[in-house]
Design a binder for this molecule. Structure first.
Ligand SMILES: Nc1ncnc2c1ncn2[C@@H]1O[C@H](COP(=O)(O)OP(=O)(O)O)[C@@H](O)[C@H]1O
Ligand SMILES: [Mg+2]
Length: 287
């Protein structure tokens, strides 16, 4: 009765997408609205340019962005990468398979930290997605908890709006605290920048914190990441490394620290990571 004014009321596009029955607005970013909906009987998510953007150039850029994201996503197929259902132009709409679960951002807000075996399993799945992308010469460039959906078993990478081929690029693209130093600076940036991003996500998952003390500017340009185990020990166990190690085994901490190496060439590749995480993911979480 009163549901028209509740936050779960369906989001209406002024220009509807043919075939799409819209549900609730999931997210609004600077350029795009992401809406849950039904598409020929299946649950989907529709990503569409925000209708309140009026500037013509800005609209055109946002439209191109959504089409680019869709075209790129259609070139890849992996269990840990969101599948495309349809890509529509004019006005552009990217229809994606709806992935049930929380964003990892929400998951970490609720659970604060994840057990080592679970974090390693997530790392292995996402390293699989990155290996698939990197083999195709694509970088994601915006690895962060909000761009991962997780249902407690399966992690899926979403949001390819910044994805592009490695090479020379301007600095600054990405999300402040999750971006590799070389990506913040700009210049020649390789797929190793995604390894840093995933490293930051996993670091946060196992310690409950980000790798830096600073909360302003780009600390990755001025500080070295605090080793994960040390961070966990100081945050939780009054500096007692032995107790911290029970939560975060040294082998997992070492992998995550290596993903945050200053020198991109010193970071493991996505293929190597899959192999490194596998035995830790298989360990009994309760052991
Ligand atoms: N395929 C999907 N299934 C379920 N939820 C999704 C899906 N795609 C996006 N979302 C939700 O919408 C949010 C925004 O989507 P995203 O692609 O990251 O857009 P933006 O480019 O605006 O950041 C995500 O953080 C997630 O909560
Ligand atoms: Mg996003």
């Amino acid at each position: 009765m009163d549901d028209v004014s509740t936050p779960t009321a369906p989001h209406e596009f002024a220009l509807p997408v043919a075939g799409l029955r819209t549900g609730t607005l999931l997210h609004r970013s600077r350029h795009a609205d992401t809406v849950h909906g039904m598409w020929h009987g299946v649950h989907v998510v529709a990503k569409r340019i925000r209708e309140d953007i009026l500037d013509t150039d800005e609209r055109a850029a946002a439209e191109r962005g959504i089409l680019r994201e869709g075209l790129l996503l259609r070139r890849v197929e992996h269990p840990a990468i969101v599948p495309v259902v349809a890509l529509i132009d004019d006005p552009a709409a990217l229809i994606l398979e709806f992935i049930p679960g929380n964003s990892m951002r929400e998951e970490l807000r609720l659970r604060r930290r994840l057990p080592a075996a679970e974090a390693a399993r997530i790392g292995m799945q996402l390293a699989g997605a990155l290996a698939h992308l990197h083999r195709r010469w694509v970088m994601h460039r915006d690895l962060k908890p909000a761009n991962i959906i997780y249902d407690g078993t399966r992690a899926v990478l979403i949001d390819f709006h910044l994805a592009k081929e490695p090479g020379a690029m301007r600095g600054g693209a990405g999300t402040r605290l999750f971006t590799a130093p070389e990506q913040v600076r700009g210049g020649h940036v390789t797929t190793a920048a995604d390894i840093w991003g995933l490293g930051t996500v996993l670091y946060r998952a196992v310690t409950g914190r980000l790798p830096f003390h600073a909360d302003s500017g780009h600390p990755q340009l001025t500080e070295r990441p605090i080793p994960a185990l040390e961070r966990l020990a100081t945050a939780r166990f009054d500096g007692d490394m032995a107790r911290a190690e029970q939560e975060l085994p040294r082998d997992l901490a070492a992998i995550i620290d290596s993903m945050l190496a200053e020198d991109p060439a010193a970071r493991p590749t996505a293929d190597e990571l899959q192999r490194l995480f596998a035995p830790i993911a298989q360990r009994d979480a309760a052991a």
